[in-house]
Ligand binder design. Structure first.
Ligand code: ADP
Length: 544
């Protein structure tokens, strides 16, 4: 064989071994990439790099360090290091004499072709590499979005030249390693927050149900499952809510049955809707009072995606309320009879004393009569409250002239107050209503106007017709009511400042009764008020 031919064959062999080496590495990198894409945890990523990556590189030992937020770093995985080194590696402060620190600081790779040539400053690294049976090494920064997040270190048995391809291979491996860490750390963070959310939802006192647009349960917590008559939430995943609700009799606050076709509301509501429902499990007979609050989650295009409903068990609260109602009902009925006979005897006494003439005794008995009248008004109000809560407030309607009724009431009030009551009547307005009940409402508005405007004595009562409605307003220039309390004054027993403002007697039920009366007539009650300037209470009724 000629010299020339021999040279060609030798070159050919080298090229072939080079290309098979490159192929082996390319295959190796592809394999590592595939394994990394399946890794779910930090330790799985580390294991893949340590075992598969190092094998392709024929590295003897090495480690992966990750940077902490405080600037220190941690060796999260290592392979082939002497045992006595391992213990110290949890959190290492940066140090000028550590090669890892140098790479973290300069953000550049560092190659040690031969440990014997290593700068004296890095003697720790030399001792370390030698102790692991190696003579060369490389430290490659792990970079993510331009930031160094750690260092990948390899050591090799023999001194190395580190050609361009070697370096390219190590850089590729480091990039894959950094990306895989980033992904699994995001996954872990997501899992942690999902687990936390699950714990929160699981331990909330309210039932939580999430359903999709087909009414299928996407999520339900244990409390929700329990309210649905199930021992655990897992049995209800994917179950159709409409089908599930067939096991219950559901009614509203007044025990009127309601049919809930799933709880999905269409179109999706931005605000939270709230209903109080009474739920009876048909099989077990178990019954609950629930406050169900629903809100919708919509997609970017506004289409409804999910509905979240929270179910608050208010059975105990309702039970207390029922007992309170029972007490009010019993107490007011028990008070009614002795009070009536007391009033009867007061009347008899008064008649006798009137015959005698103006005596001190007569003044006393007249005062007694006034107090008994007040007491009777309170008892009547309490009786009304229990009538309302039992749905027994009866109306006996007739056609009458509202203007006349207003004159009667104002004249009565004028007798007992120094306030100046002005009546503004634009026209004659007839209504078809329960005269006594409307008298009650106007009296309540007027006595409140007197009670809550001790300094400004002017009161204006007006009656008019607007859009086939009769409108009655009572305007005072007294204390007024803060905005935040204005709707609450119609609630049962509600008094602004808890009734402690020294405005005199009252139970906070006059406006509650008034509202019920007007509602039952198909009218509307309303309030306009400015704190410190006065209030206007109005109601409207359909004209006759
Ligand atoms: P009360 O017997 O306490 O007057 P109401 O139901 O009639 O009960 O009124 C409820 C509360 O509304 C009152 O306690 C008072 O705080 C407030 N309120 C009612 N009318 C007026 C008014 N004209 N001006 C200021 N506050 C008022």
């Amino acid at each position: 064989m000629s010299k020339q031919l021999l040279k060609t064959v030798k070159l050919d062999k080298k090229a072939r071994s080079d290309s098979t080496g490159a192929l082996r590495r390319a295959k190796g990198i592809a394999h590592v990439a595939q394994l990394l894409s399946m890794a779910q945890t930090k330790s799985e990523v580390a294991k893949t790099i340590m075992e598969e990556g190092f094998a392709v590189l024929t590295a003897k030992s090495g480690d992966i360090s990750l940077l902490h937020e405080d600037g220190s770093f941690e060796i999260v995985a290592q392979k082939g290091y002497p045992k006595n080194f391992s213990a110290k590696w949890s959190s290492i402060p940066q140090n000028e004499e550590l090669l890892t620190s140098r790479v973290l600081r300069t953000k550049k790779a560092y190659f040690i072709k031969n440990t014997d040539e290593l700068d004296e400053k890095y003697s720790t690294a030399r001792t370390f590499i030698k102790a692991s049976g190696s003579q060369s090494g490389a430290l490659i920064p792990l970079k993510l979005r331009g930031k160094v997040v750690g260092v990948l270190q390899f050591t090799f048995k023999k001194p190395q030249d580190f050609n361009r391809e070697d370096k390219m291979f190590m850089y590729t491996l480091a990039d894959q390693c950094a990306l895989a860490f980033d992904r699994v750390m995001a996954l872990e963070a997501l899992k942690t927050s999902r687990d936390q959310l699950e714990i929160i939802l699981k331990n909330t006192a309210d039932g939580i149900v999430v359903q999709d647009i087909n009414g299928n349960i996407v999520y339900i917590n244990d409390v929700g499952a329990h309210l649905a008559g199930y021992s655990g939430a897992n049995k209800l995943q994917g179950v159709n809510l409409t089908a599930l609700l067939k096991n219950f009799e559901i009614s509203d606050e007044n025990h009127v049955p309601i049919r809930i076709q799933g709880l999905i509301s269409r179109p999706p509501q931005k605000s939270i809707s709230q209903v109080l429902i009474h739920v009876v499990h048909k099989k077990s007979g178990e019954a609950y009072w629930l406050v169900a609050k629903s809100s919708s989650i919509s997609g970017a295009g506004g289409q409804l995606q999910l509905q979240i409903t929270t179910l608050q068990d208010v059975t105990q609260v309702k039970e207390l309320e029922r007992r309170k109602d029972d007490f009010i009902s019993v107490a007011s009925h028990e008070l009614k009879t002795p009070l009536s006979s007391m009033k009867l005897f007061i009347e008899i006494l008064l008649k006798r004393l009137q015959k005698v003439g103006e005596t001190q005794e007569r003044v006393y008995v007249e005062k007694l009569k006034q107090q008994a009248d007040r007491l009777q008004m309170l008892v009547n109000d309490l009786l009304d409250v229990s009538r309302i809560s039992n749905g027994k407030l009866q109306l006996s309607t007739e056609r009458f002239l509202l203007n006349e009724l207003i004159e009667d009431v104002t004249n009565e009030i004028r007798l007992v107050t120094s306030h100046l009551i002005e009546v503004k009547a634009e026209e004659q307005v007839y209504v078809f209503a329960d005269k006594y009940r409307i008298y009650q409402v106007i009296t309540n508005f007027l006595t409140n106007a007197v009670k809550y405007s001790p300094a400004n004595k002017k009161i204006i009562v007006s009656v008019s017709k607007k859009n086939s409605k009769a409108v009655v307003s009572v305007k005072d220039f007294g204390k007024g009511i803060p905005k935040s309390d204005q709707q609450k004054v119609f609630e049962r027993f509600y008094q602004v400042s808890g009734g402690k403002d020294g405005s005199g007697s009252g139970l906070g039920i006059g406006l509650y009764i008034s509202k019920e009366i007007i509602d039952r007539h198909g009218g509307m009650i309303s309030i306009k008020s400015n704190k410190g300037k006065g209030s206007t209470f109005s109601f409207n009724l359909p004209v006759a």
